[in-house]
Write a protein that binds this ligand. Structure first.
Ligand code: F6P
Length: 527
């Protein structure tokens, strides 16, 4: 029997709260003890990845209390309830089924009279068949030419995850001869976004994937019209260039104005939709359906690990609990995501939505205000670029910000030069190792200004090379981490009421139904 309790009602949390000063990184990470920790506090993720948390403020005692907390908060039971089709998104009274797109973790889920796994598999099959026809030149433009570009039009979850994944694999696909079409993305309602993309492509040889789960998003529908107008100006028929990806209940569903349509449903949250048709269409067109299938396989393997009950074999749950410890016991307000991989340049942007739209909540799943902190502020940049930007604050600022590093032993293009006896990849990896230790142990300087206090915790996900399966596993890791944290905080991580008010006011502004300061701002902006 599952009981949904607030974090501050849990006995294990009360005990964990006494552990704030238990571990000093300046002590435990120094010398040979530190070396031992690096080997000890490291557990496997899927696809050969490792989750290393040696530089976090934990020891065996803290971890034992986290195990107690995981068990008292029934994290594994709640995940089981979710993947077996429970109505875990209570705010919207919906099932939460993104895991089912990549594997069957539990029972058959039948909803709306449909076996949901079969529904998702059918969509994947339809996308694969369509993509292969495009690649084979069986689906072509009006002049009989092959399409060479795919442009996704969507925003939020209909943009960030798929875009992050595309950028993450573009070079890998080029190197492995599986880059079938270049992909571009239009998201912002800023006309400069669509214009710049349209100017950078041959529109006549482009397929546009209109992606909106709701089918009502102002930015996306505006950009659709923008692109259609550009096509018509060139004498092209939009219906021969445009696909739709939407939920089966949206106003865009079953519309004859599209070359093809692929579906998700209301049980896939926008920010959790990268492994649905939302990511599937653009990624299958760009890289081929096999590559998309490898992403799904990596995600499924990580989901499987996340369903385990042993915390020390469940990197997603452990990462979640360490994050809760940092937020609610140590009082840290933010988390920086720092992939030492240029390919992951947009991954922090995806995680911003995933984490902050999911867990930026002040009420519990029953609608009552809670008395503890929930989701942290998430930001990040790829290393080493971030080092030359905001790391000053991370090292010496008045806030301690936990860090989530990622690093890979090999580059994707495997084209490197040796300068002063080291390759660029070695320099990249040397930097992340150095940063972990600098943050943890610090250094006494000749003045306060030159002193690093240390005690800045970090973890690192380490992989051999960023490939589709590893990427899928990393994607799922963070989805699962966010989900487990939502369970611990007793919030609903699957709705997003906080985005509604701004949308309503913007509509009022556009209709000139405003007064007071909103009217004054509208006038200032010449609307
Ligand atoms: O920003 C709110 C939001 O609903 C996100 O959750 C979602 O990812 C985005 O808008 C786009 O929504 P849709 O796919 O329905 O156009």
């Amino acid at each position: 029997m599952i009981s949904w309790k607030n974090l501050d009602e849990l006995e294990a949390f009360k005990k964990l709260s006494g552990m704030a000063d238990k571990v000093k990184l300046t002590e435990v990470m120094a010398g040979e003890n530190g070396a031992e920790r690096v080997g000890k506090y490291c557990i496997p993720m899927a696809e050969g990845l490792l989750y290393n948390f040696a530089a976090k403020k934990v020891d065996d005692d803290v971890l034992a209390l986290m195990e107690e907390l995981a068990s008292e908060a029934q994290l594994a039971d709640k995940f089981e309830e979710l993947y077996n089709g429970g109505i875990v998104n209570t705010g919207e009274k919906r099932l939460v089924l993104h895991h089912l797109q990549r594997g069957q973790l539990g029972k058959d889920v039948i909803a709306d009279g449909v076996n949901k796994r079969e529904f998702y598999l059918t969509q994947q099959k339809n996308i694969a068949e369509f993509s292969e026809k495009v690649h084979a030149g069986e689906i072509v433009n009006e002049k009989g030419e092959k399409f060479n570009t795919v442009v996704q039009i969507g925003i939020g979850g209909s943009d960030l995850g798929p875009r992050a994944l595309y950028i993450a694999l573009e070079n890998w696909a080029r190197k492995n001869n599986t880059l079938k079409m270049q992909a571009k993305f239009i998201s912002n309602v800023d006309p400069d976004d669509a214009t710049a993309i349209l100017n950078s492509i041959d529109v006549s040889r482009s397929l546009f994937v209109l992606v909106s789960k709701s089918g009502t998003t102002l930015e996306t529908l505006t950009n659709e019209s923008f692109v259609k107008a550009a096509m018509e100006k060139e004498g092209l028929d939009p219906a021969k260039h445009m696909l739709a990806v939407t939920s089966n209940a949206s106003p865009l569903a079953n519309n004859k104005g599209y070359l093809a349509a692929f579906y998700m449903d209301d049980y896939i949250g926008g920010r959790y939709s990268a492994t649905s048709a939302v990511g599937g269409a653009v990624l299958s067109l760009a890289f081929g359906p096999d590559v998309f299938a490898q992403i799904l396989d990596g995600a499924a393997a990580e989901d499987k690990l996340a369903s385990g009950r042993d915390l020390m074999k469940n990197p997603d749950m452990l990462d979640a609990l360490i994050g809760v410890f940092e937020r609610n016991v140590l009082g840290y307000e933010a988390t920086a995501v720092l992939p030492y991989s240029q390919a992951m340049a947009r991954f922090p942007a995806h995680l911003q939505q995933l984490d902050m739209e999911s867990n930026g909540k002040s009420v519990n799943r029953f609608g009552d205000y809670i008395n503890y902190k929930t989701g942290p502020l998430i930001f990040g940049e790829p290393g080493t670029n971030g080092q030359h930007s905001f790391y000053q604050l991370l090292h010496q600022g008045t806030n301690i910000i936990p860090l989530q590093f990622m690093g890979f032993k090999k580059s994707q293009l495997e084209n490197d030069v040796c300068i002063q006896e080291t390759t660029s990849q070695q320099k990249l990896c040397a930097n992340v190792a150095a940063q972990i230790m600098a943050f943890a142990c610090g250094k006494k300087g000749e003045s306060n200004n030159k002193t690093f206090c240390g005690e800045r915790p970090s973890s690192i996900i380490i992989g051999d090379q960023l490939n589709p399966a590893a990427l899928g596993a990393i994607l799922a890791h963070f989805e699962n981490k966010v989900m487990f944290q939502g369970f611990v905080w007793n919030i609903n991580s699957f709705d997003q009421e906080g985005v509604q008010l701004g949308k309503i006011l913007a509509t009022n502004v556009l209709k000139h139904e405003t007064d007071g300061a909103l009217k004054a701002y509208s006038d200032l902006l010449n609307i």
